[in-house]
Ligand binder design. Structure first.
Ligand SMILES: [Zn+2]
Length: 215
């Protein structure tokens, strides 16, 4: 567990085994932006661990949008809370919010890394012998590789009905999240809270618009 200066610990029921887990939070200063609250829930009994992050003093629903057309655009900072949805339509990527979703501070390249690992895990998981699924996953890897090299321009969108997420960079724009979309996302999160399962928070990979049809 990270050693932070403003650590506060709470005992909390472990969502995995029901025993006592510990929630630790600390503040992190984000240059040119403000403070974020980093939380880690950890259970000693079953080794369950869940990280989250939220912008301190956040309130308003937000939508951030960033264009990526060259390699250095991948450096835009991404603060993704468990209440944030990340979408990269061009690459068929959608990272959904929910109680089992992880929060993290990374950059756009870090997001691609995460999707790449999830996609590789899908290909090598023994449950995935459906050839179609694995073929789609391989195409996804191909697309991510091109995106990384700046060969495929794309747009990253992060939406958060509670304003806990953000994106910072030369090409990152903060926009208003419309009331309809805010309502929809809040309802989605409430639904997840009561339903409470949702293991995978990275969704793979519906073919994006205009991609070649599978054979
Ligand atoms: Zn546990």
């Amino acid at each position: 567990m990270e050693a932070g200066k403003n650590n506060v610990g709470y005992a909390l029921e472990c969502p995995n085994c029901g025993k006592n887990a510990r929630l630790v939070e600390h503040l992190q200063e984000i240059p040119h932006f403000g403070k974020a609250i980093i939380t880690t829930l950890a259970c000693e009994k079953c080794s369950y661990k869940l990280n989250d992050v939220m912008i301190a003093n956040a309130k308003d629903p937000v939508l951030y949008k960033a264009e990526v057309s060259e390699k250095k655009d991948l450096e835009a900072k991404v603060i993704r809370s468990s209440t944030g949805t990340i979408r990269i339509d061009r690459l068929g990527i959608s990272i959904e919010p929910g109680p089992a979703a992880e929060g993290y501070i990374t950059n756009i390249e870090g997001i691609l890394d995460r999707v790449e690992s999830a996609t590789k895990a899908l290909i090598s998981s023994p449950g995935t012998d459906e050839a179609d699924e694995s073929k789609l996953a391989r195409k996804e890897l191909e697309r991510i590789k091109k995106a990384r090299n700046g060969e495929v321009p794309f747009t990253v969108i992060i939406e958060d009905p509670f304003g806990n997420s953000a994106m910072l960079g030369a090409k990152a724009k903060k926009m208003k999240l419309g009331p309809e979309e805010t309502k929809r996302l809040q309802a989605q999160l409430e639904g997840l809270d009561s339903g409470k399962e949702e293991e995978k928070d990275i969704e793979l990979p519906p073919m994006p618009e205009g991609a070649e049809a599978e054979e």
